[in-house]
Every structure is written in C-alpha cells, then in structure tokens.
Write a protein of this length. Structure first.
Length: 125
C-alpha cells in the first residue's frame, strides 16, 4: 500500500511435492511454497516497491505459516527481464525448467515465440 492505495498483489500456496517433480529430483525438496502471483501496479513499477514487497513475502514464508518447506518456487515469462532481475536480486535461481506458459507442456527450443516461454525459479529456505 502507498497512501492507502493498494499497489500490488501476492498469491502464495503451500505444496507437498511428488518425487518425480523437478524440485524433488534436482534439489531433494519435499515441499515448497509456491509464489503463484506477484504483481505491482504498472504505474508503481521501477520505484523499489517490488523488492520491498518481495522481501516481506520471503520473511513471511520463512515463518512457515502452512508448514515447513524446503524452498519457494515460482516462474516468470522468459521475456520479462525486470522480474528476472528482481527475483535474482533476492536470491532466486533458475531451475532449468522451461515450459509453454499457455499449455503447461514442454517447451520446444526451436520455437520462435519466446513470449510464451515460462522459466522456473527457486529460492532455498
């Protein structure tokens, strides 16, 4: 909030992971908090609110409100360089997973429409 105006939105979930998930296979994670949505109003972007909000979200998640977890996982559009930099600045690393953000299917590296490529990212707790 800024001056009683809502300027963003966060949606977080808690997930028990299947042993076949990339986070389980690659990192040994058994559960994760999923950062499902993280949005800052366009007119308030580039002013540091995103990083401030993300730090508060991470602090909240570290209190394990729904249970202990190994990580925070999220994804973002490959073409969104601002969010990639924001996530990296607070410690997220790319998992190597890339999928079709419209269908959820595997990403074909030969595709030219990269605006639909979604990149997985993880922050260990």
């Amino acid at each position: 909030m800024q001056n009683d105006e809502v300027i963003g939105y966060v949606d977080i979930g808690f997930y028990e992971l299947a042993e076949s998930s990339i986070l389980s296979e690659k990192y040994g994670d058994k559960s994760t908090y999923g950062l499902n949505r993280f949005m800052i109003d366009k007119k308030h972007q580039g002013k540091g609110f995103g990083k401030q909000a993300m730090m508060k979200v991470i602090d909240y998640i570290k209190s394990f409100p729904q249970g202990k977890a190994d990580a925070v996982s999220t994804s973002y559009w490959m073409v969104n360089d601002a969010v990639r930099k924001l996530f990296a600045s607070v410690g997220f690393v790319e998992t190597g997973a890339i999928w079709d953000g419209q269908t959820g299917g595997n990403w074909n590296a030969e595709r030219k429409d990269i605006e639909y490529a979604e990149v997985g990212a993880r922050l260990g707790l």
